[in-house]
Design a protein. Structure first.
Length: 238
């Protein structure tokens, strides 16, 4: 079996030298809804999000939103693309709330809402080769969750990609349907990015909350690595 790595390329660090990414893995996942996740988990998380992180109007007047909008101005993006956490916080703020999908997604969405960091989970067994967080050359194919048409990354766009195609477009905007966490997923990798150095304590607390909830509700033990400019590579499968 060939080893697989998560690699943040130098082209990314040239734009974002201070970013830190929590990278987690989990194995032997049972991602079916058997009632182990509290019914009010997302209800509570939506309430926390609206009051703690986005109390100001318009939503762009809130610090966590400003952090990511400024980050997205540093690279080429598809028109209208926003960090995934802004989309979650906006729904919470508007009273629409983030609803249930499956246990893994509900857990990481609850952490994302309560701590205002984007969190992604990918089906490790669908990943081909290494995953790179990099800057696109342009034309790399991408099929987002819920869409049939294939898109192409823009030159200069920050993307996650593996040996097959783009795993996430516009950095932390939308994930690929090919690697999404479904009820059949058995092995997972997670990443949670922090663009604001002043939020390092929050970032660690959010990571610990994700690990604890995965353990409490799904019985999952996770491995955790903090990916930085000085530690840009993690082996997730030997």
């Amino acid at each position: 079996m060939m080893s697989q790595k998560f690699i943040v390329d130098e082209s990314f660090w040239e734009i974002f030298p201070d970013v830190k990414i929590a990278f987690l893995t989990a194995h032997d996942v049972k991602n079916q809804d058997t009632g182990q996740v509290p019914a009010d988990l997302l209800t509570t998380a939506n309430q926390v999000a609206a009051t703690r992180w986005v109390p100001n109007d318009p939503i762009s007047k809130n610090t966590v939103i400003q952090d990511w909008r400024e980050a997205f101005q540093q690279f080429k993006t598809k028109k209208g693309a926003r960090c995934a956490v802004e989309n979650l916080l906006k729904r919470a703020k508007n009273g629409k709330g983030v609803g249930n999908i499956n246990p893994v997604v509900d857990i990481y969405n609850s952490v994302s809402l309560e701590w205002a960091f984007p969190v992604a989970a990918e089906d490790m067994d669908q990943v081909e080769g290494d995953i790179h967080l990099t800057v696109a050359q342009g034309g790399e194919p991408f099929r987002p969750i819920g869409e049939d048409e294939v898109e192409e990354a823009l030159p200069g766009e920050v993307i996650y990609q593996d040996a097959h195609d783009v795993v996430s477009r516009c950095w932390a905007w939308r994930d690929s349907s090919r690697v999404e966490a479904t009820e059949e997923t058995k092995n997972l990798l997670f990443y949670m990015e922090n663009v604001n150095p002043e939020r390092q304590a929050d970032h660690l607390a959010a990571t610990q909350a994700l690990q604890q909830r995965l353990k409490d509700y799904l019985g999952l033990e996770t491995t955790y690595t903090l990916v930085t400019k000085d530690h840009p590579v993690v082996t997730f499968k030997d």
